[in-house]
Write a protein that binds this ligand. Structure first.
Ligand code: SF4
Length: 713
């Protein structure tokens, strides 16, 4: 029998398992952590450490929303941390830009040189310096805390962080007053769940667990997704609509609710502003009209409307895939109105969840973490991260401001993930651009750096986490010291601040001091005891209205946005027939199941499962092009040319191809990935990219050479 004894307290109690057979006589410490990745689930972790090395990363069974299960990706997190290719010392470029040729240098030399280069640029105009970061870690500390202080003090340009969710997020906030929704656990009580724009099995695993509970209790599951995903396979029905037509479908569902008298008039009258304008709009959308636009049958639409109106509780799990099109914001506004028309919010297990992050907003002490007062009254030019390709190539002008002269990249891999990568690459290859990248590995972006600074992984640093899929805050404690010369992002920005001569006391605060300030009104005793704490969110948050808008009512008519409507894609057969004549296939680029954005692509065991970059194409579209399953193909449009292998599969609907992402370019075929093809055009709301609004053509490409298949670790 194992004996467990408490041997130390270091912020979070650690334990020793003195009889661990698998680790011999070595003490086994269990350290409390949190998954840092861009995933709604934000799992609580139990990290096992023996002889100073992490030997296992597991889920915390006591954490209610994630209950001890991890996805395949993060269960391999130790493999990622101890990967032979980790960057473990500062690197200085010695070859051409983008060649990935570096020499190791000491921290003092790197910091002094970087500071000198930044000071010279800042002396001309600090706004020529741009931070570039996103959700490589979702932590409040290793994300935007010391980094934000540094850039505020410098007076650098600000980054508009739009690349993933701002279309849907801004749309939801316009409608409900915030990014607010159902409790994750309540899906277990639903009797109808519409999974809209989400491959939950791959990217929202713990929601799927609750959906499975509901299914076992008799619930019906409906998937709405252009792709027949692994999730669609396991739902009772699948509506494979054309990309970018979700708004038309939502309007037709409303038309059915209105014409059949299936509305909750009492809920509408008490909690919804502007319904009459919406009624007029929706009545124009018969199922037949929407069917034509969406590529569905009218019967599929009327059946879904009937089921949605007559099943209680009925829930929608909306995810961000469907908002990566021109009309993504309007579509989210329309879908978010559906549970308000039927009063679905009244029941446990009814309502909608796109993001829960708004519940955390009043609990995040952003002012303390980021210190906006360091700007000292200066205003900052704002650059949209989704148009970094164009903006790196832009000259100085009165409208744009100074040419971007320096880029500090952390928690992101824009050369792989930003749209229209031919332009992104050209920008990163500018010889007059000074680029510093904080990273774990030599990614496509790090290859273009003048300096690569070695960053710690989640197992090596402190952090505090919120979630966008549930309502629990989490703590993350370092399980092991930093590997090699790696440093936490917070420490790197502290060191850069010192090298720049910034003497404000806030640059001396430790990570523990930052953690102590990060959250407000969160149960500190629970955080200390369990490593996580539930926010005080009402059990049925909108059963009796109480939305976070100014008057507490759902808003249909939003100043500046008008009444929500269907906004057709930029690129489709219907909206751009001339373009479609040359590029007749719509392409979406959902994530490959074993990658998370561009993270984990270099983890050998996971890449081995994926094999190689794939394009799913329907048998009819393949036959029309003489393509056989497994053929190498070139996928192209006016923006670029992507090389990969095709999989002839009914996972793709006719007329739509699925380019699974996001491969590192250098691990793909001919140094390309799917973002060769995507566009920098922005969404209707939220200034976000339109990754899934993309017409292409596909041809056989017998000259392409597939990458060597990875060998399992
Ligand atoms: S990626 Fe998501 S499911 Fe996987 S461990 Fe992290 S939070 Fe959990």
């Amino acid at each position: 029998m194992n004996t467990v004894q408490v041997v130390a307290t270091a912020g979070r109690t650690t334990s020793v398992d003195s009889a661990s057979a698998s680790h011999g006589a070595a003490e086994l410490r269990i350290v409390q952590g949190a998954c840092p990745h861009d995933c709604p689930d934000t799992c609580a972790l139990k990290i096992s450490v023996a002889a100073g090395r992490v030997v296992k990363v597991a889920g915390d069974p006591a954490h209610p929303p994630t209950h001890g299960a991890l996805c395949t990706k993060v269960s391999r997190y130790a493999e990622r941390t101890y990967h032979a290719d980790r960057v473990l010392s500062p690197l200085k470029r010695v070859g051409p830009k983008g060649a990935g040729q570096f020499v190791a240098v000491g921290w003092d030399e790197a910091l002094a040189d970087i500071a000198a280069r930044l000071q010279a640029i800042a002396a001309r105009d600090p706004q020529a310096i741009l931070p570039y970061s996103y959700a490589g870690t979702m932590g409040l500390l290793q994300g935007e805390s010391m980094a934000a202080r540094f850039f505020n003090r410098l007076g650098a340009s600000a980054l508009d962080r739009t690349i993933c969710s701002s279309a849907g997020g801004d749309a939801l906030a316009a409608t409900y007053g915030g990014k607010l929704g159902m409790h994750l656990e309540d899906y277990a009580h639903s009797r109808l769940i519409i999974i809209w724009g989400s491959n939950s099995i791959a990217s929202n695993l713990h929601f799927w667990t609750f959906a499975q509970q509901a299914k076992r209790a008799g619930a019906k599951l409906v998937c709405i997704d252009p792709r027949r995903s692994e999730t669609a396979d396991k739902c009772h029905s699948h509506l494979a609509l054309r990309p970018g037509t979700d708004g038309a479908l939502a309007l037709a569902l409303m038309q059915q609710l209105i014409t059949h008298g299936w509305l909750d008039e009492d809920y509408i009258s008490r909690h919804v502003d502007g319904f009459d304008a919406l009624r007029d709009k929706a009545l124009q959308w018969s199922p037949e009209r929407a069917a034509e636009v969406c590529g569905l049958s009218a019967e599929q639409i009327s059946t879904l409307a009937h089921d949605y109106a007559h099943t209680r509780p009925a829930a929608i799990r909306l995810n961000y895939g469907m908002q990566r099109v021109r009309g993504g914001g309007n579509a989210v506004r329309l879908i978010a109105l559906l549970p308000c028309l039927t009063g679905a919010w009244r029941q446990q297990g009814g309502g909608l969840l796109l993001s829960a992050s708004g519940w955390f907003k009043p609990h995040i002490n952003a002012a303390a973490l980021q210190r906006p007062e360091l700007l000292a009254g200066r205003t900052r030019r704002v650059v949209n991260m989704s148009t970094i390709g164009d903006d790196l190539l832009r000259e100085a002008s009165p409208a744009f401001g100074p040419k971007i002269a320096a880029l500090i990249v952390y928690n992101s891999n824009p050369v792989a993930v930003a749209p229209e990568s031919p332009k992104v690459v050209a920008g990163f290859q500018r010889e007059d651009l000074f680029t510093v990248v904080l990273e774990h590995f030599l990614t496509d972006t790090a290859d273009h750096a003048d300096y690569v600074l070695p960053a710690t992984t989640q197992l090596e640093h402190r952090d505090v986490h919120t979630s966008y899929g549930h309502t629990y805050a989490l703590d993350n404690h370092p399980a092991v010291p930093p590997l090699g010369q790696a440093r936490p992002n917070t420490q790197i920005f502290r060191d850069l601040a010192a090298a720049m001569g910034f003497t404000e006391p806030c640059f001396s605060e430790t990570d523990d001091e930052l953690a102590a300030q990060a959250l407000l009104g969160v149960d500190a005793a629970a955080m200390q005891r369990d490593g996580w704490a539930r926010l005080p969110v009402p059990e049925l948050p909108f059963a009796d209205g109480g939305f976070a808008t100014a008057n507490g009512r759902v808003q249909v008519l939003v100043p500046g946005l008008g009444v929500p409507d269907f906004v057709p894609p930029y690129e489709s057969q219907a909206s751009a027939p001339d373009l479609a004549a040359r590029y007749p296939l719509a392409m979406i680029s959902p994530p490959a199941r074993n990658f998370l954005n561009s993270s984990f692509v270099n983890v050998t065991s996971l890449r081995s499962i994926e094999g190689e970059p794939l394009l799913e194409i329907h048998p009819d579209d393949a036959a029309a092009r003489g393509l056989v399953d497994g053929a190498m193909v070139a996928v192209f449009n006016d923006r670029g040319r992507y090389h990969c292998r095709c999989e002839v599969s009914t996972r793709a609907r006719p007329g739509v191809v699925n380019g699974l992402g996001i491969w590192w370019r250098k691990l793909g075929v001919a140094g390309t990935n799917v973002n060769e093809l995507t566009s920098q055009r922005l969404t209707d709301i939220g200034r976000a990219p339109t990754f899934y609004d993309c017409l292409v053509q596909v041809v056989a490409d017998s000259a392409a050479v597939a990458p060597a298949l990875a060998v399992p670790a």
